[in-house]
Design a protein around this ligand. Sequence first.
Ligand code: ADP
Ligand code: MG
Length: 232
Amino acid sequence: MRRNNFLALLNKAKNEGRDFLFEYEAKSILKEYGIPTTKFYLAKSEQEIDKIINELNFPCVAKITSTKVIHKSEIGGVIIGINGKDELIKAYKKLAYIAQQNNIPLEGVIIEEQAEQGIEAIIGVIKDPIFGHVIMFGTGGIYTEAFRDVSFKVLPVNKKDLFDLVNETKLGLILKNSRGKKYDLNILVENLEKVVSLIEENPEIIEMDLNPVLIYESNIKVVDARMRFHVI
Ligand code: ADP
Ligand code: MG
């Protein structure tokens, strides 16, 4: 079932000339694999905000969705800390304006739960021409490139490999030695196992970028997700 849902999204993307899934599509796949992510809605017009307003908690986050945008914040396409309906409508208008200014089509605006602060990690997958699928874990968020604190394992992997993956990074050290906080690495590794299942069941994915993933003491939450696949 979840495989069929993935294939349906993949075909929809292909038909629209995309080789990647939108954040909201990628998050719907994560949900099916039991990987915790933010609650989200897609508003295709300003009017559609009315349909979801009663289900929303504030503050919330609004992000641009466009076939032409891969790194949303590079063009100011991520607005956080939105408090109330008026601010949300203003944010929608702003994102629509940014799309217009950059001459890109606006598919809609994702409106999502604003996650509580946590430790920012990255979970990634790439398909290497020689090794095949490789899973990556390390320091995420805006420091990903600066710290280059990531570790890799070639699939298939077992539980021990995934513990090693975490333990080989500085972030792993931080998680084990944070004063006053006890991060449960078992929960992190269980979620890494779910990521591995997702890739093994859907091998068309050649690149997956979950960044940031927020790590809490007894949970994790994926805040941004991107999946790219091979187009034949
Ligand atoms: P990009 O496509 O530019 O990578 P992101 O969705 O990762 O966009 O958003 C950029 C930053 O905004 C994130 O690194 C995170 O710090 C913050 N952010 C995005 N979505 C949320 C959210 N739902 N809750 C809290 N912070 C968020
Ligand atoms: Mg991101």
